[in-house]
Structure formats: structure tokens, C-alpha cells
Design a protein around this ligand. Structure first.
Ligand SMILES: *Cc1c(COP(=O)(O)O)cnc(C)c1O
Length: 216
């Protein structure tokens, strides 16, 4: 696959769903990818990227930000409270606000600095014990708590269980967002982004389909 093929598939999925062209943002997930692959995408003009780890992103993106203007980098992976300050400096958005404790830490820092990235709250739609995120039954209360903390909550995010039809999880996430008046839906990865767009994804997070398999 290439960037332009994925862009074409995003557009086709938007059209098939009766959605406006360009209503889905394509996040190129660059975690663990060799720098030359990322630079190839930067050279093609793509400006929106996703990373999983604060430390890894801190080592890569400052240099690229000097060389390429208009970059946006979003954090998609788990965030520890002691990394919150660094994450808020590094990223334009955080998709993995997954528990009250991290929301409270972000809120304290936002009060102190007067700035905060866009936030997505992670919902554990599959209710998997090993997975991050609040359970669907606690989602409305978590949204309300984050709003009460004055946080810029833009939407919800989920990572469906690997062995289940993702469309059901995307539909559930969309329902929770809708009843909470949230516009943003961060859902869909390399294997299922078209199904996510059909369910209203505003942000799809595509890694290996753009860059190739991640080296292990
Ligand atoms: C790695 C990752 C992706 C991208 O996965 P691909 O299957 O390579 O597209 C998307 N979202 C999150 C949260 C990830 O960790």
C-alpha cells in the first residue's frame, strides 16, 4: 500500500457512506517505523501523525518539526501521570485519556500552563480486562467528569477486540458519543478503517497499511 492508495480508500469509504469528502482525518501511525519511511511520507506532504509512546515521540519529532511546518502529532498510546506534562508539550491531541486519575493530572497542568491538547476519551467497548479505557457503562460519567474539569473533550476513542466484528464496537462508540454531544470519533486502523468511516469515524489511525509492517 501507499499513502495515496490509503487516501483514495478513505475517500471512497466517505463517498459510500454518504459523507462529505475530507470529513475523516487520516492519522499516519509512525510508531516504531524506520525514520526514512516517515520522511518519505513527510516529503509527500502528509502532516498528521500518531505515536504510541511519549519517550519515542520525544526522540523523533522535535527535529522533524524544525524541518517540516504545519505538523500535528497525536498520542494514541497509554499515558502515565508522570509523563503528562511532557505529553502535553509534545502532542496536539491525546486519544488515550483512559481513567479519572490521568484526566485530573491533565486538568491540573492545563490550569497551570493555560494550554491543553485536544482530548479523546478511550472507551473499552469490548470490556476486556487487559485493555485500557473506561467501560461503556461508565462512559457518560467520565465524559461529565472531564467536562467538569474544564478539559477540551473532542471525542471518544476505541480499540475493538481482535476477534470480534469491529463494526459493532464502532457503532457502540458512535452511540455513546452522540448521546453525550461529542463530535469526534477516533476509530479504525489498517484492517478496518473503512468500516469505521461507515460508522462515522472522524479520525482513523492507520499504521502498517501506509508504512509497511513495523519492525519488531
Ligand atoms: C499501532 C496503533 C494503530 C495503528 O495500527 P495498524 O494496524 O498498524 O494500522 C492505531 N491505533 C493505536 C492505538 C495503535 O496503537
Amino acid at each position: 500500500m501507499s499513502l495515496s492508495e490509503i487516501q483514495a480508500r478513505v475517500l471512497a469509504a466517505e463517498t459510500a457512506a454518504g459523507r462529505a469528502p475530507g470529513s475523516t482525518r487520516l492519522i499516519a501511525v509512525s510508531k516504531l517505523q524506520p525514520p526514512e519511511r516517515v520522511e518519505a511520507i513527510l516529503d509527500r506532504g502528509h502532516r498528521l501523525f500518531g505515536e504510541n509512546r511519549v519517550q519515542e515521540a520525544a526522540g523523533k519529532w522535535p527535529d522533524w518539526r524544525e524541518r517540516f511546518s504545519g505538523l500535528e502529532v497525536h498520542l494514541l498510546g497509554p499515558l502515565q501521570s508522570n509523563k503528562a506534562r511532557q505529553a502535553m508539550e509534545l502532542f496536539e491531541a491525546i486519544h488515550s485519556v483512559d481513567r479519572p486519575k490521568i484526566a485530573q493530572a491533565i486538568a491540573r497542568l492545563a490550569q497551570e500552563t493555560g494550554a491543553c491538547p485536544d482530548l479523546f476519551l478511550q472507551i473499552n467497548t469490548g470490556e476486556e480486562p487487559q485493555k485500557a479505557g473506561v467501560l461503556p457503562s461508565g462512559a457518560d460519567a467520565f465524559v461529565a467528569e472531564c467536562r467538569g474539569l474544564d478539559l477540551p473533550v473532542r471525542g471518544l476513542m476505541c480499540i475493538p477486540p481482535v476477534d470480534e466484528e469491529p463494526a459493532l464496537h464502532f457503532a457502540l462508540l458512535a452511540r455513546i458519543a452522540e448521546r453525550n454531544g461529542l463530535e469526534g470519533l477516533s476509530m479504525g486502523m489498517s484492517g478496518d478503517f473503512e468500516r469505521a468511516i461507515a460508522q462515522g469515524a472522524t479520525h482513523v489511525r492507520v499504521g502498517s497499511a501506509i508504512f509497511g509492517e513495523r519492525p519488531t
